[in-house]
Design a binder for this molecule. Sequence first.
Ligand code: GUN
Ligand code: FE
Length: 448
Amino acid sequence: MATVFLGTVVHTKSFSEFESFERGFLAVDDAGKIIGVGQDYHAWASSNPAHAKGLTEVQLSDYQFLMPGFVDCHIHAPQFAQVGLGLDMPLLDWLNTYTFPLEAKFSNQQFAQQVYQSVVEATLRCGTTLASYFATNHLESTLTLAREAVRQGQRALVGKVCSNCNSPDFYVETAEESVSATLAFVEGVRELGSPLVMPTITPRFALSCSKELLKSLGDIAKRFDLHIQSHISENLAEIEMVKGIFKTSYAGAYDEAGLLTNKTVMAHGVHLEDDEVALLKVRGCSVAHCPTSNTMLSSGLCDVQRLVSAGVSVGLGTDVSGGNSVSIQDVLLRALDVSKHLDFFKKQNIRGTGVAKTQDFNYDQLKYKQALYLATLGGAKALSLDQVTGNFALGKDFDALLVDVSVVEKPLRRLSVDELVEKFIYTGSDRNIVEVFVAGKRIKQGYQ
Ligand code: GUN
Ligand code: FE
């Protein structure tokens, strides 16, 4: 239904540009596209009478605002079954002890259906309008995840995970199986016929794929012009193993296989060397910053300011279940925490952290409006979907959250627009997200 929202509207236009319209408006047409946004609705309506004619008016309260939906650039859908559990080990032990045994269970369709239904519900409830999902090695259950995203109306990239080595016997495939299941998966998602859900090529990480498999996956991505996602430079022990096997840097291992493209998003990048950052920039690759996960698995402190300054696109990822929360809002807050901790380390020159080799008094802490960019438009850009979503530019799909900061506790005084946003970021939760829209369709209404 064509609608105009009358009230406060906020979004970002770049890492450093936040825009707000206090008691402004946003108009959406029947197709779910944004047709008007700004300060003065009556001025817009009189110069666009044909558009304004059929709009249903929705009045927001003084404690409410509209913002773009959250983008989760990196989430493992099957691991939702263990979210918040087993966070007492570093990456490689954690994978072997908890995660591979759990993911192996997704050969069971019923189990997969149950978990995938729940994870799509939970992420939508937390305001994730676009997610880039890793599933498991299994073709059938990965298609189940894609169908669930279509059924519930979430925008999603979905990947069948590929791994043919350095994996346990009970959870491994051959390179041939991995390639043929990937091709079948790409075809299967296309047959679903949804503009919202797309396949993405998903080598688990360099350690779990042979050079030959990585190369085949790079070729498939090129042939069908597909998105690519994987992990990079997350954990120091893992990096040493990758260098030993591939005899090059972590980024080099992917680059040799043609996997670094302008549709590639790599999770973590905590310990990237300067020449790897430069390579990602040249190839147009993005990084999914996953601060909750990097903290939970003791991976390290990722310096996102360094990546952004180098011109690499950055979005945020929950990395469930390395990350303990399905909410991008939680991740946004942890990104701010990590930046404050880094600031302290850099100014104090604490050595041995892997991030503060020299004293750096010029380090700028991440600001909440910049973090909001990472959680919305930055994420859409990192997933190469910023022409369609991520902010309220005219012509984009209306992927949005209606936030109400008075749901749990009414603020004691009237708040400015900036304060409304700040309050939501620092004290809010999914309960404050009272409505969720994807491509103009209302997916959530009221706290469920
Ligand atoms: N590296 C390879 N697989 C995984 C995974 O499932 N989670 C995280 N955080 N890192 C990985
Ligand atoms: Fe991950």
